[in-house]
Design a binder for this molecule. Sequence first.
Ligand SMILES: Cc1cc2nc3c(=O)[nH]c(=O)nc-3n(C[C@H](O)[C@H](O)[C@H](O)COP(=O)(O)OP(=O)(O)OC[C@H]3O[C@@H](n4cnc5c(N)ncnc54)[C@H](O)[C@@H]3O)c2cc1C
Length: 468
Amino acid sequence: MSSVVIIGGGPGGYEAALVANQLGADVTVVDRDGLGGSAVLTDCVPSKTLIATAEVMTDMSSAAELGINFHDAQGDTATGIRVDLAKVNARVKALANAQSADIEDRLTRRGIRIVKGVGRLGKGEGRGGGEVVATRPNGTEESIHADAVLVATGAHPRVLPTAQPDGERILTWEQVYDLTETPSHMIVVGSGVTGAEFASAYLALGVPVTLVSSRDRVLPGEDADAATVLEDVLERRGMTILGRSRMQSVTRDGDTVTVTLTDGRTVTGSHCILALGSIANSAGLGLEEAGVQLDDGGFIRVDKVSRTTAPGVYAAGDCTGGFMLASTAAMAGRIAMRHFLGDAVQPMDLKQIASNVFTSPEIATVGWSQAAVDSGEIQADVVKLDLRGNPRAKMQGIRDGFVKLVARPGTGVVIGGVVVGPRASELIHPITLAVAANLTVDQVANAFTVYPSLSGSVAEAARRLHQV
Ligand SMILES: Cc1cc2nc3c(=O)[nH]c(=O)nc-3n(C[C@H](O)[C@H](O)[C@H](O)COP(=O)(O)OP(=O)(O)OC[C@H]3O[C@@H](n4cnc5c(N)ncnc54)[C@H](O)[C@@H]3O)c2cc1C
């Protein structure tokens, strides 16, 4: 029986463990912080749970338009709703811990061994078989034989010497769930996906928000039309967005946090979230000694089947950079195990990855982008259809958002798409299916959609790309 040791119990690690176990390997997972990893304990699950409350707040703020008024117990009109952040955060943490426990239970029941501790590559690793050394919290060490190792150690938030989190008012995204009082003014530094999501969420929770963005617009990596819609909506709802504003430092004086920009301007608030990107957890693992190459940013180099440059050592997830998503981490981990254990492997196709920005409205994307079309990287037809014309959108009071489809000229094969709107993360799926199955715009257009439905706009966009 082949033995596999996995360092890191996040989605890259635990999903790989399940596949390796199914394929008959003897599997050990060495994990430092809890099964589910950052995805479950500090990043993905907690943030989306917080956002679930923010979504309800957003819906309730448009209740009046749909004919709903709030009244207090005496029947008098109530003018506002307020969030209890201590309660929200307690729910977030309880849910994350429960999910971590569920995953641990699932692995244990399948006979996968879990070692709580810090792992590193030991003797023989990188030569196609060797050992992993696990250091337990009490300092004792255990050497575990491994025919193959999967490194899935994730990443951690980047901070700067001039902007040090204190866990109380200057916060990384991992620390926000310790807040028990609602901030009076949240400053979010960084307008990538994480920064935009937190800025949007706290705004919806009723907190005044200033978003400090070093770029011309928020979400520089996303579809430009989508980012423009989001920026307009956030500003209309009262957010202050400082574009082309680079943070120099963040300091705290009592209850006041000051963000100083490189041009000398300052912004003051009660709290600040640093969303400055991620650093790979690749130090101290014995990688270089085993012949595992890292790129200039410290991320582990891997090929399409998750192999590193050292025989018998695979890597998956955030520690390898690229698309830093729970879904891609899990897929890369599964691919690694299938490859090592001789099962059929399909290398990951980056053009089939669906991703979502959980702002309000959401922005979901798959496949080729309009930017690639505009730059001439690929030839394609693009159509953009605003949601405001959709009957269901009108009924629900939805004005902001669109469906964009990208299709090959001539064949009409769908190769990409963007959806901006409420629950775009759900609406992107028909487009993802079309991209994965090489469906044409006519096939997408001719499949029935429910009337009235937002997905009707996906079919309508496809209809507009019909080639005559
Ligand atoms: C705020 C935020 C929100 C996000 N939301 C989403 C989302 O909605 N959807 C989505 O798909 N992705 C989301 N992501 C990204 C997602 O969280 C990551 O891509 C995912 O966690 C990567 O999984 P992983 O297995 O590579 O690493 P992780 O989840 O980070 O797990 C790594 C594990 O390895 C352990 N570890 C590290 N070093 C060692 C060591 N030496 N020995 C033993 N164990 C070790 C860690 O303790 C951890 O348990 C979000 C990220 C952030 C920051």
